[in-house]
Design a protein around this ligand. Structure first.
Ligand code: NAD
Length: 288
């Protein structure tokens, strides 16, 4: 059996980095969290503290266990402070050049045995691995938002990812209370290859006047038992993020079945990005 991961590095202390940090410290793993933006790690630590407080309120942890979990969260000033980690999860913004640079730098800092994982939603793991001298120890670890709630980790196997790497990553996901599902490195993996074309098609149905936005969403909530309709889900994810992922699918497969819906393109151009801007397919009282 693979040795369990006891020291986890996380690069990027945004929405996902903070969520991954919370589930890791709660599971007894020591975490070193770093971010390029001053104050980001401190804000993430506060969110981890609040998240753990909610677990205490539900009876899932005692106050002492919460304090012990928080003590496992270390603020790392830069990538060099991650030098002793056995696995590092990269969760910086979804830009390939940025992620490649983080992987290149980490490769020169951490020991050869350390696994480098990316939480990317759509960027090729094989291309990120090519920025390192350890492509067998580079893997996708795609968590879902909100991390403490969502049970899936899509484990993405790059062209050269080794069995031993996959085994350790699967074991870590299970230790964090998640279910790992292994997929190969093709555009959108499985999650976004299925989800985004559905959202894009819902936008086409709206654009063509097939039904109102409310009706399209109700068809899927009432008729397919989806917890929320595709247009409301797109507003929650961010229409800019949805458009970026459609473009990755379109370019990656070179197939026009993935062409982004012009209505989606226009909404993004107009700055209607969904909940975060106060309006997308639907209007919201306050911007998030
Ligand atoms: P976010 O914008 O909330 O956080 C990104 C963080 O990365 C920011 O704090 C930023 O300061 C930091 N950062 C940028 N460049 C850096 C660098 N060079 N070194 C260190 N830190 C750096 O983004 P997020 O929503 O947490 O997304 C992070 C990753 O997770 C992306 O790849 C995204 O595609 C993926 N993802 C997001 C979701 C989601 O729903 N938000 C779901 C699954 C996967």
């Amino acid at each position: 059996m693979a040795a369990p991961i006891e020291r986890l590095g996380i690069v990027g202390a945004g929405t996902m980095g903070a969520g991954i940090a919370q589930v890791a410290v709660q599971a007894g793993v020591a975490v070193w969290l770093t971010d390029a933006q001053p104050g980001a790690v401190e804000r993430a630590s506060e969110r981890v503290g609040e998240g753990l407080q909610r677990v205490v309120a539900r009876g899932g942890l005692s106050a002492e266990q919460r304090a012990a979990a928080l003590a496992r969260l270390h603020h790392a000033p830069d990538l060099r402070a991650l030098a002793d980690c056995e696995l590092v999860v990269e969760a910086v913004s979804e830009r390939e050049a940025l992620k490649r640079e983080v992987f290149r730098e980490l490769d020169g800092i951490v020991p050869p045995s350390t696994i480098l994982a990316s939480n990317t939603s759509s960027i090729s793991i094989t291309r990120l691995a090519a920025a390192t001298r350890r492509p067998d120890r580079v893997v996708g670890m795609h968590f879902f938002n909100p991390v403490p709630v969502m049970r899936l980790v899509e484990v993405v196997r790059g062209m050269d990812t080794s069995e031993a790497t996959l085994e350790r990553v699967r074991a870590l996901a299970v230790a964090l209370g998640k279910t790992p599902i292994e997929v190969r490195d093709y555009p959108g993996f499985v999650s976004n290859r299925l989800l985004m074309p559905m959202i894009n098609e819902a936008a086409y149905a709206l654009m063509e006047g097939v039904a109102s936005a409310e009706a399209i969403d109700q068809v899927m909530t009432l008729g397919a038992n989806h917890p929320m309709g595709p247009l409301a889900l797109a507003d929650l994810i961010g229409l800019d993020v949805c458009l970026d992922i459609m473009r990755v699918l379109h370019t990656g497969f070179g197939d026009d079945k993935y062409r982004p819906c012009p209505l989606l393109v226009n909404l993004v151009a107009a700055g209607r990005l969904g909940r975060k801007s106060g309006e997308g397919f639907f209007k919201y009282d306050t911007a998030r």
